[in-house]
Write a protein that binds this ligand. Sequence first.
Ligand code: FAD
Length: 294
Amino acid sequence: MKTLIIEMIEPKRLGELVTVSREFCEKPDIVAVGSGQIPGSFAKAYQVEDTVASNLISDLASLILKEGYEIILLSASTLGSGIAAPLSIKLSAPVVSEVIGIKPELVVERPLYGGKAVATYKLKKMPAVLTIRRKYFEAADLQGFTESKLLGSDGKKVELITEREEKAEGIPLEDAEVIVSGGRGIGGAENFPILQTLADLFNGAVGASRGAVDEGWAKPTQQVGQTGKIVAPGVYFAVGISGASQHLAGIANAKCVVAINKDEEANIFKRARFGVVSDYKKIVPVLIETLKEE
Ligand code: FAD
């Protein structure tokens, strides 16, 4: 099937989409968003330098109709999700978001109810737009580079005046193998550095609940959950986090959840493999000292 990947030039994300594309075709085409060389070998490659999703929709829709693409693949990232919905409306195409499984005969799977159930859909109308959840598919090894041609941008509705990169210190949450997240129970922005110290010992990253973000103690880019980042670390420390369903939706794929909460009734303990009922201020320093000794 004629398959088009639309993605930023980021090898890991592209690699995951290439893996998924192999379920539909031998070699996909690509629209790479942003500047730089396109890693990997694609049948045809286009490039758009404009990274404002709404500006790309008209050009992408025209290309998809002209070339007759049947499957459109994007990451379930901010950009991918921002493109997928308006693109599907423009094309009157079905969209399945956060896909975690591809089965034979155009059947795809996505999680429901914060990961408690998996829904199965059969794609019946083409083109179909799919956003792929990060870390569910192994990234293909992208060899070499593909020459691209610029995709014209005539539908500019929004002009990007400046771009300020929100530099997430250390590794991105989505890629971290260990995440230490703090919630409202942390008590203040001044208490977050101790979580960073713990995360650093694992070469991990610091996340936050929306409670902590709303308080202004952590950045929105650190928010984990339904309206934040969907993460899949090996170990997820939830410190002073109650475990609301919207938060749990972001950690459904975490392998091991360690909860530290002073309320033994906290919902987070239902999701945790290991739990400590205590004030985190008593536990986290001891944990740090013990790990430093090892
Ligand atoms: P709280 O619920 O206030 O919990 C604080 C916890 O800290 C309590 O369990 C308490 O016992 C514990 N605690 C207090 N002091 C200590 C201490 N000293 N030591 C140890 N433990 C302590 N939330 C998200 O996180 N991510 C989302 O993406 C998200 N999306 C949402 C989308 C919608 C549409 C809505 C309506 C809500 C969303 N929420 C999201 C908000 C969610 O419902 C909760 O309000 C939020 O997760 C609560 O954050 P919290 O657990 O940090 O705070």
